[in-house]
Design a protein around this ligand. Sequence first.
Ligand code: SAM
Length: 222
Amino acid sequence: MRLRNIPGSREKIADSQLTIDRPEAYKGKWKEIFGNDHPIRIEIGCGKGQFICQLAKENPDINYIGIEKFSSVLIRAIDKIEETLDTDRPITNVRFLRLEAEIITDVFEKGEVDRVYLNFSDPWPKARHAKRRLPSKEFLWRYKIILKEEGRVEFKTDNRELFDFALEEVEAGGFKMIACTFDLHKDEEMNRGNIMTEYEERFSAKGNPICKYILQKKPEKP
Ligand code: SAM
């Protein structure tokens, strides 16, 4: 992703009512932020927010939290939601965290999250950086902690090497495969209701097939 340092982006994020400053303080209490007990779904690496904003618009009875490490892209996601707040159809079921996903177990309680979305995650091509890949087993272990029983992980990418790596991590990560495709846009069933991300639009326009899997958390051993 091409990143420009946007002056004032950190301050804007700190000032926005859509972002939570000290998210660790809400571990186990995210319902209080939303004022209801609707399921909580998170997107890790939400970028400019096209996917999560559209999901939130289509599903007002689900709460969404977009997690992104760079302020310069996160402010675009915040803008998308803020633009709706003065309209007759405000989107009120989204919040954003400027956060490195490595610490998500400090931010969410065991079983607090209903679903994790990963879209076009950074590939980290060097083998020694494999642990930093968001669908690695090290990250799956973190997702397993914060996900409720039978909670799901959904991952999309056009990067076949990253996807092949992700497939190999599923079992060791403590998940089972529910569905998988190597060409999402040609898979009628899996593509039904698909919401395109910014990267998905860009790469599918170039003719790249999009891979997707859906995982479910395996029950804990007694
Ligand atoms: N999901 C968007 C899409 O599909 O259009 C953006 C994809 S972009 C390639 C990956 C995004 O994930 C970047 O904005 C990057 O800053 C963010 N990201 C990567 N690793 C992250 C991490 N460990 N924690 C939070 N965000 C991360």
